[in-house]
Design a protein around this ligand. Structure first.
Ligand code: ADP
Ligand code: MG
Length: 693
């Protein structure tokens, strides 16, 4: 049997392949580009392209693509074959340096939020050499950034790379002050834990709501849900295990560090976590993971649902973005150190994150805002829509003592002075883990838990990197001028704790009381996407992005508009699907069923047989039929009055359309238990949640 270490990364043009296939000059030059973010010379690009093509063809590839991530949050690819006509009428396989570094896909059908008039629909893709090329379905995929003719970012990778650069620049300034003059770059690292559902394809195929919207718009709860907690970490069913095995194998071939797999809380829910990597690579890998999950599931007659809330009444799916900062010398900047000096540095980076999250809580909220994730956040299964930070009691204790200057018990009698005392050891696996916090410190990294399962991880990392870069810049500006470093360092840390401690909450985030407490503290509670999105274009945030060269004015507005439009489109599709299923499925079925009940009653009455059951059900169903018809008519009407302004439209969908869909659903769901299962038009929650056996 082939062992993992033998095939791991076999479909990746990685460092080992580069070393073996490139001349040492070309390799060195490419390595320099990768490590130091410098530009690639065209002659080097030609050699790399040639080697890459030879390698890809030997490994079965016939095509190549500039693989990119448009603002839709998914991935895009246009395949070109390597073939080039030969003088004697045959073909050779060819791939040039300029084709590797730059592509020109017609970009007119990707959302641009007004950035690119369709007349100049040309877009450019440019290779991101820090993410390795790979082979997928006989196609050499070259990870690329995607820009408009005028150079504006039309994708999620470009701003992510910009934000990583911004953070690196500022972190290096800080590290220099602590004597680390050898550090060339600081990269943010991410390990995204991915949740998903697996259901049987034969049931999926019969649910228009799942097909069109990814979630069930109707369905009464099955007699059993998740109340026994017997699924979490439970034994994995053989069919699911077969899927997981194949998924792991394919991910490993692509060099993706799939590590942990287990059953999640809800029935039919599972999780996959990789080992962390550099953020842009983690973002690429997470996109590939989501794609492969869906493809491989189909091979097992399963369907993988990545929607945040496919089922009402059981937990939805999220994605945990574990985040830290790491130097090229291998130092994790959020790892508490062993010496007082290291700890001072750790504390400075720690408070920089605290300040960043407090000042830009709106941006973090936006980064996880979508029509689908609105069903999770704040719904007592996922973190609330209020952004706050969990530190745990040990670290909280340390911060309290810095703030008050009082003695730290666990650290002897002296009070903690930055740069002089050793922090008490902070246990990494402390028992006071808090699952209800959206942003939790977990020993040597932060875990952002509000992200939705279908989200690209790029957006939240763009926000986080940029906000932290901004704060580090402010700190560096002060400290570089300092004449008494220790004193000023202590002041900055203490001052930041005092000013931003309102964002720290170590209690239960699901508790009602937290909502009012957060309000008292002045924290934002942006319950839905239409409420959150306008903060994108808040002057404070525009300034942040512009100052750090992440987005231009136009680029921010584009993202704001695309977010709003996307929200409206999603809810509109859902509403139309709900209407369709009601008028073509539920109502005709129920009507026919009442007909059969009526016939039964007639017959039985002729024979003088009791008709209590039939009459009671007929009554319930006839009333329900009428109520559902009234509601579906009202929903249809609501769709004819959509305001034309996008910001009003999204609020209208949220406040008028979604509640009508919910009322309609409630009526239909309540009728489900009154109708013969044999005639009910769509598979039930029981089929969907417990159908994989
Ligand atoms: P936990 O049990 O706290 O969730 P794990 O060790 O299982 O911790 O890690 C969860 C995820 O966090 C994994 O994907 C892991 O690779 C990732 N992770 C660990 N260290 C870091 C780090 N320094 N930066 C980013 N992610 C990290
Ligand atoms: Mg975790």
């Amino acid at each position: 049997m082939k062992q993992v270490q033998d095939y791991f990364g076999c479909l990746v043009f990685d460092d080992k392949v580069m070393k073996s296939r490139l001349s040492s000059d070309v390799y060195k030059s490419l390595r320099k580009t990768i490590d130091n973010d410098t530009e690639l010379d065209l002659s080097v690009a030609n050699s790399v392209a040639q080697a890459m093509k030879d390698w890809a063809v030997e490994n079965g590839a016939t095509h190549y693509t500039h693989w990119f991530q448009p603002m839709t949050g998914t991935t895009a690819e246009k395949h070109d074959s390597f073939i080039s006509p030969d003088a004697d009428g045959r073909v050779i396989m060819e791939f040039k340096g300029k084709e590797l570094v730059k592509g020109e896909p017609d970009a007119s059908s990707f959302p641009s939020g007004g950035l690119r008039a369709t007349a100049e629909a040309r877009g450019y893709t440019a290779w991101d050499p820090t993410s390795y090329a790979f082979i997928k379905d006989k196609c050499l995929c070259i990870p690329t950034a995607f820009c408009s003719y005028g150079g504006e970012a039309l994708d999620k990778k470009t701003p992510l790379l910009r934000s990583m650069q911004a953070l690196s620049k500022q972190a290096i300034r800080i590290l220099k002050l602590f004597g680390h003059t050898d550090i060339k770059n600081v990269k943010t690292t991410v390990g995204p834990e991915q949740e998903y559902f697996l259901i049987d394809k034969k049931y999926y195929d019969k649910r228009p709501d799942l097909i069109y919207t990814g979630r069930t718009l109707f369905g009464a709860m099955s007699p059993k849900g998740q109340e026994l907690d017997d699924h979490y970490f439970g034994i994995i069913k053989p069919r699911v295990q077969a899927f997981m095995n194949e998924l792991n194998e394919e991910l490993w071939k692509l060099g993706i560090l799939a590590k942990t797999e287990h059953n999640e809380v809800a029935p039919a829910q599972h999780e996959l976590a990789p080992i962390f990597s550099t953020t842009n690579v983690a973002a690429d890998h997470n996109q590939i993971t989501m794609e492969l999950m869906q493809k491989i599931a189909k091979k097992h007659d399963l369907v993988c649902l990545l929607h945040e809330k496919p089922f009402k009444g059981v937990n939805g799916s999220g994605k945990h973005n574990n985040w830290s900062m790491s130097t090229n010398t291998g130092l994790n900047l959020l790892e508490p150190g062993a010496t007082p000096w290291d700890n001072a540095q750790f504390l400075l980076f720690l408070v920089s994150v605290i300040k960043a999250v407090d000042e830009y809580q709106d941006l973090l909220r936006i980064s996880c805002a979508s029509a689908s994730n609105d069903f999770r956040l704040g719904a007592n299964e996922a973190p609330p829509a209020i952004i706050s930070i969990f530190l745990g009691s040990e670290l909280q204790n340390v911060l309290d003592h810095i703030e008050t200057g009082k003695a730290l018990k666990s650290n002897g009698s002296s009070f903690l002075k930055i740069g002089a005392d050793v922090l008490p050891p902070l246990p990494k696996d402390s028992t006071d883990r808090n699952r209800t916090s959206p942003f939790a410190f977990t020993g040597n990294k932060f875990e952002f838990r509000a992200l939705g399962s279908s989200d690209s991880i790029s957006c939240c990392n763009i926000m986080l990197n940029t906000a932290v870069a901004q704060v580090l810049k402010e700190f560096a500006d002060t400290l570089e001028k300092s004449t008494d470093f220790d004193k000023d360092l202590h002041e900055i840390i203490k001052d930041t704790i005092i000013k931003h401690k309102r964002i720290i909450f170590n209690g239960n985030g699901y508790d009602e009381a937290w909502v009012s407490e957060a309000k008292k503290r002045g924290l934002l509670n942006l319950a839905s996407t239409p409420e959150a999105l306008p903060y994108y274009i808040d002057p404070k945030n525009i300034k942040l992005f512009k100052d750090n060269n992440i987005y231009s004015d136009a680029e921010i507005h584009a993202r704001y508009e695309i977010g709003q439009e996307h929200y409206c489109k999603v809810v509109n599709i859902e509403a139309k699907t709900a209407i369709d299923m009601t008028l073509k499925g539920y109502l005709p079925t129920i009507s026919k069923y009442t007909y059969s009940l009526t016939k039964n009653i007639e017959m039985k009455k002729n024979l003088a047989i009791d008709t209590t059951y039939e009459e009671a059900e007929l009554n319930v169903l006839s009333n329900g039929l009428r109520d559902a018809f009234v509601e579906v008519t009202s929903l249809k009407g609501a769709l004819t009055h959509i305001p034309s302004k996008i910001e009003e439209a999204s609020l209208y969908y949220r406040n008028k359309v979604l509640p009508k869909m919910e009322s309609l659903r409630n009526i239909i769901d309540s009728l489900e238990e009154h109708v013969d299962k044999e005639v009910w038009p769509y598979p039930t929650y029981g089929d969907l949640l417990f159908g994989v056996r």
